[in-house]
Design a protein around this ligand. Structure first.
Ligand code: ADP
Ligand code: MG
Length: 359
């Protein structure tokens, strides 16, 4: 079933000039889904969350939660809870009391609230920490307490606004797994906000990529990475080489494009494109191979830059035919890169790795 349905949702903050933070966002989030809003700072992610939570009034469009129109329902009437980046635990209260606090306010008895709070601490793997004070816990543990507190009233939807961005990288990575597990075990719909592509790809069932108050694409991580809807999405997620190609034949179900590598590429129809017009194509650097000797169809070139990345290395190669390409390849088993600046090399480009962008 559908948990959240937004239709042409719009938010303009008053002021001079007014700020159109969300222009016309439509999306459907399924019950039990781990759904991520991904985009650069200022694109409207928090605004969308605050509209769902009811902390901001909507300027236009409608919002349904489990089939009910909640467009004008006050926040406390919505079966929704929020975890913020800067979790604010009450410093003078024990961990258990922090988690029980919301339950007490909902009218639960002291005993029932404490029992439920302890269950939540078990869930976030802080079973034995209930008697401590917040400042006796690490940042990651405090964030887990904030999660337990938000989950305790059993909301049907949990909104998470960049909850990991204050943590260091290692902790962030282990918290990704933890959040995934919590979502699976509770069955609660998670709407997770991040500006970090890796985080979004690693955790989400589906991702909405946003830019400048607009949703650019909604799809699974694999679809977003392989078939980005436009250049913004292709650039924001992962790295890519971009080129212009020329449309040759246009048919009802697709088109043929002549690439700058002299190869032809069968691809989708692009709106407004006729024979002879130019389109953007791209290829991910890890989909291109590097060879030291000529192979059938390989493009000769010379290595300009070598960027060592640890498990892989990026090679920026000037092609003899003109233009350049970045190739990402694994190193030799002993860690040496495959080539050095100035080396003559060959680039193997499988046409099936080339993608045509619709916009
Ligand atoms: P994100 O969470 O993606 O960084 P926000 O939703 O916080 O983006 O902000 C979207 C846009 O709305 C930004 O241009 C921001 O400056 C503006 N904005 C956010 N909150 C307010 C507010 N309360 N009043 C005026 N402008 C705001
Ligand atoms: Mg934000």
């Amino acid at each position: 079933s559908v948990a959240i349905q937004a239709e042409r949702l719009r938010k303009v903050y008053p002021g001079s000039p007014p700020v159109a933070a969300l222009k016309s966002a439509s999306l459907e989030i399924a019950d039990n889904e781990f759904f991520t809003l991904l985009g650069p700072s200022g694109c409207g992610k928090t605004t969308l969350l605050r509209l769902v939570a009811g902390f901001e009034s909507i300027t236009g469009g409608t919002l349904h939660l489990f089939g009910e129109d909640i467009s004008h329902l006050p926040p406390e009437k919505r079966p929704v809870n929020t975890v913020f980046q800067h979790y604010s635990l009450f410093p003078h209260m024990t961990i258990l009391d922090n988690v029980a606090f919301g339950l007490r306010r909902l009218g639960k008895s002291r005993q029932e609230a404490a029992g439920k709070a302890q269950e939540m601490l078990d869930l976030v793997q802080l079973r034995d920490y209930g008697a401590r004070l917040p400042n006796q816990l690490s940042g990651g543990q405090q964030q887990r307490v904030a999660l337990a507190r938000a989950l305790a009233p059993r909301p049907r939807v949990l909104l998470l606004d960049e909850p990991l961005s204050a943590l260091d990288l290692k902790l962030r990575q282990s918290m990704r797994l933890e959040l995934k597990r919590l979502q699976r075990e509770t069955g609660i719909t998670f709407v997770f906000v991040t500006h970090d592509q890796d985080e979004a790809l690693a955790m989400s069932d589906r991702i909405a990529v946003m830019s400048a108050g607009e949703i650019q694409q909604i799809a699974t991580p694999g679809e977003i990475y392989e078939y980005p809807a436009n250049r913004f999405v292709a650039e924001f997620i992962g790295d890519a080489n971009f080129y212009q190609a020329t449309a040759e034949q246009i048919a009802d179900d697709g088109a043929t494009y002549l690439t700058p590598f002299g190869t032809r590429l069968a691809g989708p129809l692009v709106a407004g494109v006729g024979p002879g017009s130019s389109v953007t194509i791209f290829v991910r650097p890890e989909k291109v191979a590097l060879a030291r000797t000529a192979t059938e169809g390989a493009l000769p070139g010379r290595v300009r830059d070598v960027i060592y990345l640890g498990d892989t290395t990026d090679y920026r190669i000037a092609l003899d035919q003109g233009g350049a390409i970045t190739v990402r390849a694994e190193n030799h088993k002993d860690g040496r890169p495959l080539a050095n600046p100035g080396d003559d090399v060959f680039v193997e480009l499988d046409p099936s790795a080339l993608r045509v962008l619709k916009e």
